[in-house]
Ligand binder design. Structure first.
Ligand code: NAP
Length: 238
């Protein structure tokens, strides 16, 4: 088995859990699932020699240093809970992870962000709604993205459309850049497959993309679609 392990932050969340499942299914490396309360994952996953469930909190850099030391790839699927949480989790949490990950030699960080995050959608009713559901949620997500890019660590920022909980593996991925693609949806299992692919695919390096899915598998198959998703995407467009 290759050295190192992959980490999922926010592993008890709906997307985080799908990322853990996908990693366990496709990666040779161990998967470290980071949760604030490890009992939340009890019974949610099949036992596996490759699975570690570890306590951690993205608002606490010391806890991050412990859990990220020795990691190869990191997926940030955490999102704040509570009205005032976005600044601490969706912005500073990402900043903490980027800084610590760079410091301890993580190879790549993959961040789950959101479509409509950019300022060009300042007055979009959905962006305004999301900014009010949790105080300045989208503004803080945008700051989190910038902190990750500015840290200099290799990264991929995935901005999904509306998230669903259906089965994965049945779709065609549609990617965009520059936050101009029409809105759409994607199941969390498919989003997780893209996040896991982004950890190692050379074409995902320093890419920011919007992501939705169309029903039906593309010609060449689902796994091929994941590998080819990055073709034509460029760093520096966000
Ligand atoms: N819902 C949508 O349609 C949609 C659309 C586009 C983008 N997104 C984005 O997609 C991402 C994933 O969404 P989701 O619905 O799958 O998330 P979720 O189910 O709300 O899970 C978020 C997880 O983050 C964890 N968390 C909160 N604070 C933390 C901290 N300080 N340290 C570590 N973990 C922490 C929570 O842990 P606890 O279990 O301990 O509370 C929770 O398990 C979010 O960033 C969301 O904004 C969502």
């Amino acid at each position: 088995m290759a050295a190192g392990f992959n980490v999922v932050l926010g592993a008890a969340g709906q997307t985080g859990l799908e990322c853990v499942k996908r990693l366990l299914a496709v990666s040779d490396l161990p998967t470290r699932a980071i949760v604030r309360d490890p009992t939340k994952l009890a019974g949610a996953l099949e036992p596996s020699d490759k699975l570690q469930i570890v306590h951690g909190d993205v608002t606490n850099p010391a806890s991050l240093r412990e859990v990220l030391q020795g990691a190869r790839g990191v997926i940030f699927a955490a999102a704040g809970k509570g009205y005032w949480s976005a600044a601490d989790v969706d912005f500073k949490g990402v900043q903490n992870v980027a800084e610590v990950a760079k410091d301890v030699g993580v190879e790549r960080v993959v961040l789950v962000s959101s479509m409509l995050v950019t300022r060009k959608h300042w007055l979009h009713p959905i962006r305004i709604l999301l900014n009010n559901l949790r105080f300045s949620l989208m503004d803080n997500k945008l700051k989190g993205e910038a902190a990750l890019r500015d840290s200099g660590i290799e990264h991929t920022i995935v901005r999904p459309g509306g998230l669903g909980s259906g089965l994965g593996g049945q779709c065609t991925f549609v990617a965009g850049q520059g936050d101009v693609m029409p809105l759409g949806n994607i199941n969390r299992a498919d989003l997780a497959a893209v996040c896991v692919e982004a950890l190692t695919n050379p074409g995902a390096k320093n890419i920011t993309l919007e992501l939705i899915a169309k029903p039906g598998i593309s010609e060449g198959g689902y796994e091929e679609g994941l590998k080819n998703l990055w073709k034509g995407l460029s760093p520096g467009i966000f």
